[in-house]
Design a protein around this ligand. Structure first.
Ligand code: SF4
Ligand code: MSK
Length: 626
């Protein structure tokens, strides 16, 4: 059944057009299924349902009339804390398993067992080797790669000590985490411990579970995710500012269109290399196409955009709609945020759906299982198959709305510092002078609970208007690009101080720093700023925001950003309202522990006001003009 809620589902220009076409073509979308799920279970929404064991499932009545305890005796606080802890563990595991795949690829490169890959940035490899204490004297690149990959993989299961990159949070934050006993050990240990603690009858103290949630998330932010970001830079290059485009208009009606979706660049980068081969471009022309056009979705797309300028077709809620254009020959996926519906949508057109990961299987997909050893060969097979599928396209089914919007991307920490002349000093001076009042990482997903991209665009616009620099990652970055915030000319949309700084540096007021794992770039930058000023991160005029999050990974990110000392505003209410004690702890009590809290504000205008007030408070604390 097509959705009842039509054009009001998105603030973008392209989505309503395709939602209407999906309805006309009889294609079910995420909004149709969302409507079919209503009304949602109130117990689950409040965090007051538990199915951890088979004495249950159990529910607690929020109105105090029905049961107030699960069969085991768990009350509302414990039920909510256990559920939240497990969300953090799942999110941290997902990012970190992504990072592990990159570490294994780096090791294979060093051993000469990964023909399609090479070290793209030797300076970054050497910098990381130094950070990991490797004496590289007399070692060649391959040997350094093997040793670094080995040390990183060892960190996953480390028994004692803490993750090396925790030091990036700066001296004060490191000391605070040490005092709190929150320095993260290896990701495998912290995630397993969270699953253990939240088994029935282990950790029955909600506060203790939440504190371990912070530590688990830090193992992601300073371990799994950070390893993912750093090795991606080593293997595929440190991003530098690059110009590209965004929205469904990047689909080229005349070309063979290949979409890349998921999170890990390890497969998509090899596809990009194969698609550039003149042999396949020529084959595409023989088939009647103008060439081969790559476009990205979600975070694999962000990875390719940051390093290669591949245009972005859309974010999370656009992934079905892009296939509805009828002009996609193939969608190639790795893992995470890939809706199980996509192979079925692909089948409504001529589109081939290709899965590539040993971890991500789809019963209805064409399967090419990529490994570091076979990736180069398989990438060529896959691209050839996409080109050959062009002949199956039905021109009558093709409809591509609008023109693409220009965007600038590629702001790695190195690129940002480069734009600032090699030191955070100019940014610090701009903050001290009040030209830039502060900076906010606006990150995360789409969620059909929220009008598509409304939260992202509304919040970002208001922040830059108020001289607050925005760094974005993940699905927000596509929304902001489509809204036109990502060109140097967008400086005109900013307040006078930020406008002046952006014009002087030739940068947009919204800087794209990458994919979901690349939130670690924001944390790394925050730590460098804190050390530069000899303060703790929690004293800086910074905030995080996730206006439309849906994923367990977003919970892990929010937790590690807060544990790093940055207050984070959520636009979608997490399932904690069933426990006023947990709400109070998360939104107030954490301030005394880590100097930052979670905050929840679904209205992006009110959220912007709250962030501005928060930043003013931090500025006042540093003695800066408000
Ligand atoms: Fe019920 Fe307790 Fe089992 Fe959860 S752990 S399902 S609350 S008995
Ligand atoms: S892809 S985790 S929907 S940001 Fe990273 Fe987008 Fe969220 Fe997935």
């Amino acid at each position: 059944m097509p959705s009842k809620r039509k054009a009001e589902q998105s603030v973008t220009a392209d989505a309503p057009f395709m939602i209407a076409k999906a309805a006309a073509d009889g294609v079910e979308t995420v909004w149709d299924r969302y409507d079919a799920q209503e009304p949602k279970c109130g117990f689950c929404d409040l965090g007051l349902s538990c199915r951890i064991c088979l004495m249950g499932p159990c529910r607690i009545d929020p109105f105090g009339e029905g049961p107030q305890k699960g069969v085991c005796g768990a009350d509302a606080d414990l039920m909510v804390a256990r559920n939240l802890g497990r969300m953090v563990a799942a999110g941290a595991a997902s990012h970190s398993d992504h990072g592990r795949d990159l570490a294994e690829t780096l090791e294979a490169v060093g051993k000469g067992e990964a023909a399609g890959y090479a070290v793209a940035s030797e300076p970054k490899l050497l910098a990381l080797a130094k950070e990991y204490g490797i004496d590289t004297a007399g070692m060649d690149t391959a040997a350094v790669a093997v040793e670094l990959a080995g040390l990183m993989m060892d960190e996953y299961g480390m028994r004692v000590g803490s993750l090396r990159m925790t030091k990036r949070l700066g001296k004060a934050r490191y000391a605070r985490l040490e005092t709190l006993g929150l320095l993260p050990r290896g990701i495998d240990r912290e995630v397993v411990e969270m699953m253990h603690r939240t088994h029935m009858g282990v950790d029955n103290d909600p506060v203790s579970i939440l504190l371990h949630g912070l530590r688990t998330s830090l193992a992601d932010g300073l371990g799994g995710s950070m390893i993912g970001t750093e090795i991606s830079d080593v293997l595929f290059g440190v991003p530098t500012p690059t110009v590209s485009q965004a929205n469904l208009g990047v689909i080229d009606a005349g070309a063979v269109n290949i979409l890349l979706h998921g999170h890990n660049p390890v497969v998509s980068d090899t596809i990009a290399t194969a698609a550039a081969d003149p042999e396949f471009v020529e084959l595409a022309k023989q088939k009647g196409a103008t060439g081969i056009n790559l476009a990205g979705l979600c975070c694999t797309g962000n990875e390719l955009l940051m390093r290669k300028g591949v245009p972005m077709a859309g974010n999370h809620l656009m992934t079905e709609l892009v296939l509805v254009t009828g002009a996609v020959e193939m969608i190639i996926v790795d893992y995470q945020c890939i809706m199980p519906s996509l192979p079925r949508v692909a089948k409504c057109y001529h589109t081939r759906f290709v899965s590539t990961s040993d971890k991500g299987h789809y019963p209805e997909a064409d399967r090419y299982e990529f490994t570091p050893a076979n990736a180069a060969t398989l990438a060529r097979q896959v691209v050839r198959a996409a080109v050959e599928n062009f002949a199956n396209r039905d021109p009558e089914a093709v409809s591509i709305p609008g023109e693409p919007v220009r965007q600038m991307s590629g702001f790695s920490v190195e690129a940002l510092l480069g734009a600032l002349g090699g030191s955070p000093k100019p940014l610090v001076e701009a903050i001290v002078a009040g030209k830039v009042r502060g900076a906010v990482g606006v990150v995360g997903c789409n969620n059909p609970r929220v009008k598509h991209d409304y939260g992202h665009v509304t919040l970002t616009r208001k922040l830059i208007e108020n001289d607050i620099l925005v760094l974005d990652t993940g699905c927000v970055s596509v929304a902001n690009a489509k809204a036109g915030f990502k060109t140097p000319e967008a400086a005109e949309l900013a307040g006078p101080g930020l406008r002046e700084v952006c014009k002087a540096l030739g940068i947009p007021p919204v800087l794209h720093v990458g994919s979901c794992v690349d939130n670690t770039r924001i944390v790394t930058l925050a730590g460098a700023l804190a050390d530069h000023l000899d303060v703790d991160i929690s004293q800086l005029p910074l905030a995080g925001a996730a206006p439309e999050w849906y994923s367990e990974k977003a919970v892990a990110i929010a937790f590690y950003v807060v544990a790093s000392g940055i207050t984070t505003f959520l636009g979608v209410v997490p399932p904690i309202l069933g426990s006023p004690n947990i709400v109070k702890l998360a939104t107030e009590g954490l301030e005394d522990v880590v100097g930052a809290t979670l905050a929840v504000e679904p209205d992006p205008n009110k959220c912007a006001d709250a962030i501005i007030a928060h930043i003013n408070k931090k500025r006042a604390g540093l003695g800066l003009p408000v």
